[in-house]
Design a protein around this ligand. Structure first.
Ligand code: ADP
Ligand code: ZN
Length: 829
C-alpha cells in the first residue's frame, strides 16, 4: 500500500493549504488518515469535506478529504485520488470538526463517523462523468476549440455531465483526448432522484349537478356512468385511481361524464410520499401565558445567537409542540434554519403535519426509513440551501444546515436518540455540540425528561422551563391502580388473570360509548425474571440491585452485570411465600384474551412482529385516528407521543414487567413509559381513564404515575443512582465481547477485564469499579456468545484512559472474536 497510516491528526487540522496531498478518512476500523496525491486537474475540487474515491490495496473506497497538506508523513510514492464523488463539500468544515470531536469522544474511527453522517450511510449512487478543468475553461475562453468540441466544453462549463450525456457531442474518443490534454477530468456524479412534486388526477362533481336527476335523465341508458357518478358524488373529491376501482374501462366513462359536463377532471399537486399524508389546516392559536413565558427566553436566545440548552418540561398535551413551532418560526424570521428531531420514524408524520400547516412544504425529512434515493434527494434540498427546515429521527442531526437558528429534540428522554452500533453517538449530546458551534439554542422537550437532563437542570447546565397544565384546562386522566395479587386471589384457582374485572368493565364501557381503548403491555426484550405471586418482589442481585435472570438450561439465576449466581429459591426471599413464577404474558396471548372477551370489537395488535410488515404500524395508527379500530393491543410502540383524540381508556396490563429488566435504567424507563402511555388518554374533551395493573402497586416508579408526579419519582430515583454511583453521578463504559465459541469469548473478556482492572487499582483510591465479565442479558445472539463487562467511575482522565485502553485492545482482537466499547451506554442488553 502506497499510502501511509497516520497516528492522529495534528492541530490546525482544517486549514486548507493549496498543497498537493489530501488526507482522507476512510470507513475502515482504523483511526488514521490516509494520504493521496491530488492530481493537478482535481486541485480545485478536492477540498476538505468532499468525498473522493481512492484505492486501498486493490479496493476502491469512498472516503472524505479532511485536509490538504504539502508535507506528507508517508515517505514514498503516494497513490493519486481516483476520482471525486463531490465537486463541492458534502460536509462543512464545522460539521467535520464536530464529527471529529464526537468520534474521539465515543472512540469511533473518524472515517466511520463520517460515513454515518452522510446520507444512506453508504456511497450515493454515482455515475461516471466528466468535469471541466481550469485549463479547459481557459481554452474555452481563448476560443481555442471548434465545434462540436466547443459545445461539449460549454456544456461541461455549466455543470459536470455523464459520459452518456456527452456522447451526443461526438465520439467518446474525444473525451479521452481532452482528458490527456488536461481539459476535462473524470469524476463520479451524484445521481439524486429528481426532486419533483407528484400529482394525482382528480374527479369532482361539476357544480349544480343533481346526481339522481342526471341518472334518471341523461344517463338513463348509461347505468355504468350513473354508477360512477354516484360514487364520485359520495366521495366529494377523489383521486381518479380510487374512483376507477371496480370500473372496467373507467377512464372512458370518466371522459364521457366530463364531456357531458357532469364531472370536472383535474390535477392536484401532492407532496411526495416521504412527507406523508396531506395535513389538516392549522390555525395559529394565541399562546397561553405559561407558553409565552417559556417561549420568551428561547426566542431571545435565537435572536442573540446564543447557544443555550432548554429543557421544556411539560405534561402531555401542555402545548410543547406549539412552542417548537414558534421557535422554528423565530429562527426562520431571523434568516436562519431549524432542525426538529423526533425519536421514531412513526412520530415524524405527526410533527410534519403540524409543521406543514405552519410553514408549507419548505421541509425536508431525513430518516432511515426512506429509500436511499429519497434520502439523498431530501439531503440535497438542505445542502443546496433551498429548504430551511429539517425534520427527522436520530440521523437528521447531520442535516447539512449551515446557519442553524434552533434545534428541537422532542421526547428527549427516548433512548432511540442513541445510535447503538458503529458510531455510537447520542443525538442529544451532539445537538449540544452543534448548537455551540452554530450559536443557537437547543430545546429538549419531554413530559418525562431523562434523569440526565433533569439533573443537568439542577446543576444549572440546562435551563428548565415548565408547562404544568394541559391546554384548555383539560384534566390529566385519572389513573387507577389495580393490585394484581389481590385480583388473582379472587379469581378461580389456576386461572391466570390478564384483564382484571375493573379493566374488562372499563373496556366494555369505552366500547359502549364509542370510545377507543389502548391496552399496553411493556414487554421490552424478554421477561425471564422470577416474581413472587404473593408480594410481587423479584429476585435481585445483592451486589447490583438488578433483577436476576433465569436461565432455564442451567437452572439458575444469574446477574448480568457482575455474574453473581444462585439457584432459584424455593421461597420468595422477600416474604417467604412459596408461590413464585416466571413473568410473562405476550402481546399475542393478550390479543387472544381480548378477542375472546370482546368478539365484536375491531382489534389490532402493534408490536415488534407486526412492525416488520412495511406500512402496518402506520395503518394501525391511522385506524386509531379515523376510529376504524376500537382496541389496540401493543407494546411501547403505542406509548410514544401519538395524539389520538378518540382514546378514552388506556389499560396497562402488567406495569411491573419493565422493572425487572437487568438495566439500571429499568425504573426510569418504566415510569416514563407509564406516564407517556397514561398521557394518551383523554386528549379531547371527554375525560380519559387510565388503569394500571401491577403486582407492585407501591413501587416508587409506579406510585407517582397516579398523580403524574415526575418530581417525586425523580427525587427518589436520584437517591438510588447516587448510592450506587450510576449515571448521572458516575459514568459507565460497557464492553461487549462476542464470538462463536463460548470458552474463547469468555477468556477474551477475562483478558480485557484484567487489562482494565490494572488501571482501576492504579491510583491510591480505586476510582474505577470493574463489573464482570458476565454473560450479556442476551447471552447468545445469532450463534454468537455475548459477554459484557462494565466499568463504572466518575468522569475524568482515569475513566477516559480505561476507555481508550479498551478501545485499542478490542480493535486488536482477532477474528472471529469481536468487541465494541460503548461510552455512556443506553442499552444494557
Ligand atoms: P404537547 O406537545 O405538549 O403534547 P401540543 O402542543 O400538541 O402539546 O398541544 C396540545 C393541544 O393543544 C393541541 O391540539 C394543540 O393544537 C393545542 N394547543 C396548543 N397550544 C394552544 C394554545 N395556546 N391555545 C389553544 N390550543 C392550543
Ligand atoms: Zn450483580
Amino acid at each position: 500500500m502506497a499510502s501511509d497510516r497516520l497516528p492522529a491528526m495534528d492541530q490546525g487540522l482544517f486549514a486548507l493549504s493549496h498543497c498537493n496531498i489530501a488526507r482522507v478518512a476512510l470507513p475502515l476500523p482504523v483511526d488514521e488518515l490516509f494520504e493521496y496525491a491530488v492530481p493537478a486537474e482535481l486541485d480545485g475540487h478536492a477540498q476538505p469535506g468532499c468525498r473522493a474515491q481512492v484505492r486501498v490495496r486493490d479496493r476502491l473506497l469512498t472516503g472524505v478529504i479532511v485536509e490538504r497538506t504539502g508535507h506528507p508523513q508517508f515517505q514514498g510514492r503516494l497513490l493519486p485520488i481516483e476520482s471525486m464523488v463531490d465537486l463541492e463539500p458534502a460536509l462543512s468544515k464545522a460539521m467535520l470538526e464536530m464529527l471529529r470531536e464526537a468520534a474521539i469522544e465515543v472512540l469511533c474511527p473518524f472515517g466511520i463517523a463520517l460515513a454515518t453522517a452522510l446520507p444512506a450511510g453508504s456511497a450515493p449512487r454515482t455515475a461516471a462523468g466528466y468535469a471541466i478543468t481550469r485549463n479547459g475553461q481557459a481554452a474555452l475562453a481563448l476560443g481555442a476549440a471548434t465545434e462540436p468540441d466547443r459545445s461539449l466544453l460549454e456544456a461541461l462549463d455549466r455543470q459536470p455531465r455523464t459520459r452518456t450525456y456527452l456522447s451526443k457531442f461526438g465520439s467518446a474518443k474525444r473525451l479521452d483526448a481532452f482528458e490527456r490534454d488536461g481539459l476535462v477530468v473524470r469524476t463520479s456524479l451524484l445521481r439524486p432522484a429528481v426532486a419533483r412534486f407528484a400529482t394525482i388526477r382528480t374527479a369532482n362533481l361539476a357544480s349544480g349537478v343533481d346526481v339522481e336527476v342526471a341518472a334518471a335523465t341523461i344517463l338513463a341508458r348509461a347505468p355504468q356512468q350513473a354508477a360512477l357518478l354516484r360514487r364520485i358524488a359520495a366521495a366529494g373529491e377523489m383521486p381518479t385511481r380510487s374512483a376507477l376501482d371496480g370500473f372496467p374501462d373507467a377512464s372512458r366513462l370518466l371522459r364521457r361524464l366530463a364531456d357531458r359536463g357532469l364531472v370536472e377532471l383535474g390535477e392536484k399537486r401532492v407532496a411526495r410520499d416521504v412527507l406523508g399524508e396531506p395535513l389538516e389546516a392549522d390555525s395559529k392559536v394565541s399562546l397561553t401565558p405559561d407558553q409565552a413565558a417559556c417561549l420568551k427566553p428561547i426566542v431571545d436566545a435565537i435572536r442573540e445567537s446564543h447557544s443555550e440548552t432548554f429543557l421544556l418540561h411539560g405534561v402531555t398535551g401542555s402545548g410543547k409542540t406549539e412552542i417548537y413551532l414558534r421557535a422554528v418560526d423565530a429562527a426562520l424570521r431571523a434568516g436562519r434554519q431549524a432542525l426538529v428531531m423526533v425519536p421514531e420514524i412513526s412520530l415524524t408524520h405527526q410533527i410534519l403535519a403540524r409543521l406543514r400547516g405552519r410553514f408549507g412544504d419548505e421541509l425536508a425529512i431525513l430518516h432511515s426509513g426512506l429509500r436511499p434515493g429519497e434520502r439523498l434527494e431530501q439531503w440535497e434540498r438542505l445542502r443546496s440551501g433551498s429548504t430551511p427546515i429539517a425534520v427527522g429521527a436520530r440521523s437528521a442531526l447531520f442535516a447539512p444546515l449551515e446557519n442553524l437558528g434552533v434545534i428541537v429534540i422532542d421526547e428527549e428522554h427516548d433512548s432511540a436518540y442513541k445510535n447503538d452500533e458503529g458510531f455510537r453517538y447520542h443525538a442529544r449530546d451532539l445537538a449540544r455540540r452543534r448548537g455551540k458551534q452554530a450559536g443557537c439554542p437547543i430545546i429538549l422537550g419531554s413530559a418525562t425528561p431523562s434523569l440526565d437532563t433533569r439533573f443537568a437542570a439542577d446543576r444549572g447546565d440546562v435551563k428548565r422551563l415548565v408547562l404544568a397544565k394541559r391546554i384548555g384546562g383539560r384534566p390529566l386522566p385519572a389513573v387507577e391502580i389495580i393490585d394484581l395479587a389481590q385480583e388473582r386471589d379472587r379469581a378461580p384457582r389456576g386461572r391466570k388473570v390478564i384483564l382484571s374485572t375493573t379493566l374488562s368493565r372499563a373496556i366494555e364501557k369505552a366500547l359502549a360509548d364509542g370510545g377507543q381503548s389502548i391496552l399496553f403491555l411493556n414487554r421490552r426484550g424478554f421477561s425471564t425474571a422470577i416474581l413472587c405471586f404473593e408480594c410481587g418482589a423479584t429476585e435481585r442481585c445483592k451486589n447490583c440491585d438488578i433483577a436476576l435472570v433465569y436461565h432455564a438450561s442451567e437452572q439458575h439465576l444469574r446477574c448480568h452485570y457482575c455474574d453473581f449466581q444462585i439457584a432459584p429459591p424455593d421461597r420468595c426471599s422477600n416474604c417467604g411465600a412459596p408461590d413464585t413464577a416466571l413473568m410473562g404474558v405476550g402481546t399475542q396471548r393478550l390479543e387472544e384474551e381480548v378477542r375472546g372477551q370482546f368478539p365484536n370489537a375491531r382489534i389490532a395488535r402493534l408490536d415488534g412482529d407486526t412492525a416488520k410488515k412495511r406500512g402496518f404500524t402506520e395503518s394501525v395508527l391511522r385506524g386509531l385516528h379515523d376510529r376504524s379500530i376500537d382496541i389496540v393491543v401493543g407494546t411501547q410502540m403505542v406509548a410514544k407521543g401519538h395524539d389520538f383524540p378518540g382514546v378514552r381508556l388506556v389499560g396497562v396490563v402488567v406495569a411491573d414487567v419493565g422493572l425487572h429488566l437487568p438495566d439500571f435504567r429499568a425504573a426510569e424507563r418504566t415510569f416514563q413509559l407509564l406516564t407517556q402511555v397514561a398521557g394518551r388518554a383523554g386528549r379531547d374533551a371527554a375525560p380519559g381513564r387510565v388503569i394500571v395493573q401491577t403486582f407492585d402497586p407501591n413501587h416508587y416508579a409506579i406510585q407517582p404515575v397516579l398523580d403524574h408526579d415526575y418530581e417525586r419519582f425523580y427525587a427518589e430515583e436520584l437517591g438510588h443512582r447516587k448510592a450506587l454511583g450510576y449515571p448521572p453521578f458516575g459514568r459507565l463504559i460497557r464492553v461487549l465481547i462476542t464470538g462463536p465459541d463460548e470458552a474463547e469469548t469468555r477468556s477474551a473478556s477475562l483478558e480485557l477485564t484484567r487489562l482494565v482492572s490494572a488501571i482501576a487499582v492504579d491510583g491510591s483510591e480505586p476510582e474505577l469499579e470493574v463489573l464482570g465479565p458476565a454473560p450479556a442479558p442476551l447471552a447468545r445472539l445469532r450463534g454468537r456468545y455475548r459477554y459484557q463487562l462494565l466499568v463504572k467511575g466518575s468522569p475524568g482522565p482515569l475513566l477516559r484512559g480505561a476507555a481508550e485502553t479498551l478501545a485499542k485492545a478490542t480493535a486488536e482482537l482477532a477474528s472471529p472474536l469481536q468487541a465494541n466499547v460503548d461510552v455512556n451506554p443506553m442499552s444494557m442488553l
